[in-house]
Design a protein around this ligand. Structure first.
Ligand code: SF4
Ligand code: SF4
Ligand code: SF4
Length: 325
C-alpha cells in the first residue's frame, strides 16, 4: 500500500530514500506518490492557524500558469458575455480569482463554550466524478488518473460551463486571453477559466503540491483516497469531528475534518462570488449519467425533457449553495 504523506513524512521519506537513489537510479521523490491511483487530500481544520503560507506558495509556484491578457480586449461576442478582468487585481487573496486559486475562509464558532475562529483553505475539491470535466463542451477540462481535475488553458474558450455545473462555482474567468483571440474573431466565453490544478506538474515529478509543502502546521495530508477516507474517519472519531467531501457531489478528492458541524461552518463563513459554500451537495453526475441513458433510449422529445430536468436540478443545487453567482 502507498502510504499517505504529510509534509514532515514526505521530507523524512524523501531524505531516507535519497540514499537508495544512486543504487536504483530511480529519483526518490518520484516514488513517493502512486500516480495511477486517485489521490485525495485530508485537511484537518483544527490545525489551521490561517497564516496563508499555503496561499502564498500557491501563487508563487503557479505564477507562470496565470493569465497575461491582451489589451484592449476585442469586442465581446456575443455582446451579452461580461468582461471579467482580474489583471489589475492580481493581489486579491481573500477569494478565488484567475490569479488566486486558494484562499482562507474563516468562521467564528463556539467550541466547549469558548469562542474561537476557525480557518480553512478553500480551492477546487477535485471531485471523483467531476462535472466540470465531463460536461466541458470543448474537452478542455480533464481528469488525470491520479484524480486531479485540470483545465487546459491552451484549449479552454472561457465559456464558463465548468463553473455553471460546478456545485461550488470554483473556476474563474479571465477575459482577453487564450485560444478565442485567434478564432473567428471570437467565440462565446472570450477568455479562459482558471482554478487549482493540484500542482499536477509537481505531483508528476514526485513533489508535493506547494500548499501542502509550505504549511507549517501540517494541515494537509495526501495519499490514496481509500486511505485518506480511513484517516478522516479515525480523526473524526478521535476528536468528535465532522467530515465534508466524502459524499459531496458523489465524493471528492478533498476531505475536510472539522471540530464543529459543517452546517455551523457554512452559516459562519463569508459566501458569494469566488467564496464557495460548505453545504451538502447531491451527486450531480449521477443525474447526468441518467440523462445520457435517457438520451440513448428516449425519443427526441423525451431527451429534451430529460435535459431540461437535468439543468433544473443543477440550478437548484446551485441555489441551495447560493450565493455563488
Ligand atoms: S499554511 Fe497551513 S496553517 Fe497556514 S493557512 Fe495554510 S493550511 Fe492553514
Ligand atoms: S469542485 Fe468544481 S471545479 Fe473542482 S473538480 Fe469539482 S466540479 Fe470541477
Ligand atoms: S494544490 Fe497547488 S494549485 Fe492547488 S491550491 Fe495547492 S498549491 Fe495551489
Amino acid at each position: 500500500m502507498v502510504p499517505s504523506i504529510s509534509r514532515r513524512a514526505f521530507i523524512k521519506g524523501g531524505l531516507a530514500a535519497a540514499g537508495t537513489v544512486a543504487a536504483s537510479g530511480v529519483p526518490a521523490r518520484a516514488a513517493r506518490l502512486d500516480e495511477r491511483r486517485q489521490l485525495a487530500t485530508l485537511l484537518d481544520i483544527s490545525k489551521c492557524v490561517g497564516c496563508e503560507a499555503c496561499v502564498e506558495a500557491c501563487r508563487e509556484v503557479n505564477e507562470e500558469k496565470k493569465p497575461n491578457p491582451r489589451k484592449p480586449f476585442p469586442a465581446m461576442y456575443p455582446p451579452r458575455v461580461k468582461v471579467e478582468d482580474w489583471s489589475d487585481k492580481k493581489d486579491v487573496s481573500d477569494r478565488l480569482t484567475p490569479y488566486n486559486w486558494l484562499f482562507i475562509q474563516s468562521a467564528a464558532v463556539e467550541i466547549d463554550g469558548k469562542e474561537k475562529t476557525l480557518t480553512l483553505p478553500r480551492r477546487c475539491m477535485h471531485c471523483a466524478n467531476p462535472p466540470c470535466v465531463k460536461l466541458c463542451p470543448w474537452g478542455a477540462a480533464q481528469q488525470l488518473e491520479n484524480g486531479i481535475a485540470r483545465i487546459d488553458a491552451d484549449i479552454c474558450l472561457g465559456g464558463s460551463k465548468c463553473k455553471a455545473v460546478c456545485p461550488w462555482s470554483i473556476p474563474q474567468r479571465q477575459t482577453g486571453t487564450g485560444l478565442y483571440l485567434d478564432l473567428l474573431p471570437s467565440l462565446a466565453g472570450n477568455g479562459v477559466m482558471y482554478k487549482c490544478d493540484r500542482c499536477y506538474d509537481r505531483v508528476a515529478d514526485g513533489e508535493l503540491p506547494a500548499c501542502i509543502e509550505a504549511c507549517p502546521e501540517e494541515v494537509q495530508t495526501i495519499g490514496p483516497r481509500p486511505e485518506i477516507i480511513k484517516k478522516a474517519h479515525q480523526l473524526a472519531k478521535e476528536t468528535g469531528g465532522y467530515i465534508y467531501g466524502e459524499t459531496e457531489n458523489g465524493g471528492t478528492n478533498t476531505i475536510y475534518v472539522s471540530p464543529v458541524p459543517f452546517e455551523t461552518l457554512n452559516r459562519q463563513i463569508e459566501k458569494g462570488s469566488g467564496r464557495p459554500h460548505l453545504k451538502s451537495v447531491a451527486a450531480t453526475m449521477e443525474q447526468a449519467d441518467k440523462l445520457v441513458a435517457a438520451m440513448l433510449i428516449a425519443p427526441f422529445a423525451g431527451a429534451i425533457a430529460a435535459a431540461g430536468k437535468y439543468y433544473k436540478m443543477f440550478k437548484s443545487t446551485k441555489e441551495e449553495g447560493a450565493p455563488n453567482e
